[in-house]
Design a protein around this ligand. Structure first.
Ligand code: HEM
Ligand code: CU
Length: 444
């Protein structure tokens, strides 16, 4: 067979997408994507350590053509703390590429695939614990254009939703750690478009002129929530539902599954600020899932008149209603060792299990075992310190070297005493009980 011409893919950051493909033949496309772990803004005054494909969330937009052969390079920056890989939903083959791209910090892996099916596809990291890698922002979109291309439009944009789980509440300032308990309960603190609250607002709003055709490539990285994607004041003339080849017409709200996508198209008829939302509406107005498309140009009063009248209408008079105040439940305090074990088991499931795994077995090369851990059993006070302060640098556990980072966990002394007691009495460890007083002393 004839050798394909070789091209280097031009990748873009959201909300921009690479230019439409004009070539009429397949090519060998080289894609280079670098994973970095970076601290960035999640909301005003709130920072988060994002794990990224290309430096921001969502990951770089990749645009190829049906039947292209892709030579995919995944680089993991040497400063990364964790190994990563990539599963592209556009790939036919083991793990969507994940099986061939497990990449340690400071490494590069390469695999190739042929883009058999056209469509808009999500890609994401699939390294254990998968949920945590995706929750930290490891997702993006790859568009496989059909051979005949997509119809020409005036504007194309890239919008991707994701849900985030922080220890603190919405708006709590500072660098916020990931909260495994909230993630397990599918109870996000933030739901955002393009990686942060306000990423598409004000000066960063999408723009168009009246009479233009707009195409939105919409993705949803999840990890948990399904999006009810809607643009307030617009009707989608066309939606390629779930990113496939069939277009529905005249759609108000389209469902974008976690790990799925949609292509929406509409013509901007009249000027205004059109608000992009997840129409599960508390997410939009209280958790951040809100963006903006600013359309400028002449009015068309036939299509939209503007306000014609505002007058007083008070059929029953107004009253002020009082909302009942919810009382926060008091944290439970263990009265004996059995209660410590029970409470500690929950602390473990919510705070440790994502990394150290359900049976404390860890993940070789990434997270050390707590089961029969010589490191842990040799010095309980040192282990208490690890939980209270986090841990960075090289350690040896059961003969294996680990050189990674354990986050500082926001736990009370009581919770640390309970989880340590649970760990010490599980999976072949040496037993015993850790008290709140011991924790206070050990971590000081
Ligand atoms: C190390 C306990 C949560 C990642 C350790 C060690 C202990 C420990 C005792 C020392 C090594 C050993 O004995 O195996 C716990 C407990 C947790 C918890 C009780 C929950 C309360 C987490 C989480 C992560 C994590 C959520 C991942 C985000 C690590 C890593 C190390 C480590 C990477 C090795 C650090 C290094 O290489 O310096 N943990 N851990 N741990 N933990 Fe955790
Ligand atoms: Cu990853």
């Amino acid at each position: 067979p004839k050798e394909l011409p070789v091209l280097e893919a031009q990748l873009t950051d959201a909300p921009n997408v690479p230019a439409p493909i004009t070539r009429k033949h397949a090519a060998k496309v080289v894609v280079r994507l670098e994973v970095t772990e970076v601290v960035k803004k999640l909301a005003d005054g709130v920072d988060y350590t994002f794990w990224t494909f290309g430096g921001s969330v969502p990951g770089k937009f990749i645009r190829i053509r049906q039947n292209d052969e892709v030579e995919f390079h995944l680089m993991n920056h040497p400063d990364s703390k964790n190994p990563h890989n990539i599963d592209l939903h556009a790939v036919t083959g083991q793990g969507g590429g994940a099986a061939s791209t497990f990449t340690a910090p400071g490494h590069e892996t390469v695999f190739s695939f042929k883009a058999l099916n056209p469509g808009l596809y999500v890609y994401h990291c699939a390294t254990a614990p998968v949920g945590m890698h995706i929750a930290n922002g490891m997702y993006g979109l790859i568009l496989v254009e059909p051979e005949e291309g997509l119809p020409a439009v005036d504007k194309e944009y890239y919008v991707m939703q994701g849900d985030f789980y922080t220890k603190g509440g919405f708006g709590d300032a500072g660098l916020q750690p990931f909260d495994m308990g909230k993630a397990l309960n599918e109870d996000p603190t933030y739901v955002v478009f393009n990686g942060s609250v306000g990423a598409l607002n004000g000066e960063n709003a999408l723009t168009a002129k009246t009479g233009e055709t707009v195409r939105l490539f919409v993705g949803n990285g999840g990890p948990n929530l399904v999006s009810s994607f809607h643009v307030i004041g617009e009707i989608f003339d066309k939606v390629y539902t779930e990113g496939g080849s069939k277009a529905n017409e005249n759609v108000q709200t389209t469902l974008v599954p976690a790990g799925g996508a949609a292509i929406t198209e509409f013509k901007t008829d009249v000027p205004g600020s059109y608000i992009l939302v997840d129409h599960s509406i508390f997410r939009a107005f209280n958790k951040g899932a809100l963006g903006m498309l600013k359309v400028e140009g002449p009015e068309n009063k036939d299509i939209y008149s503007g306000q014609i009248l505002d007058k007083i209408y008070l059929p029953e008079g107004a009253t002020i209603q009082e909302m009942p105040l919810a009382k926060a439940p008091a944290a439970p305090v263990a009265a004996n060792k059995d209660q410590r074990l029970a409470l500690g088991k929950t602390v473990f499931a919510q705070n440790c299990q994502a990394c150290h795994q359900a049976e404390g077995q860890g993940i070789k090369g990434a997270f050390p075992p707590l089961a029969k851990s010589d490191y842990l059993n040799a010095n309980v006070d040192r282990a208490i310190g690890v939980i209270a302060h986090g841990l960075e640098g090289q350690i040896k556990v059961n003969g294996e070297l680990y050189n990674s980072t354990m986050p500082k966990l926001k736990l009370t002394d009581e919770e640390i005493a309970n989880v340590m007691t649970f760990v010490l009495n599980s999976w072949g460890n040496k037993g015993g009980e850790v008290t709140t007083q011991q924790v206070a002393k050990a971590k000081a």
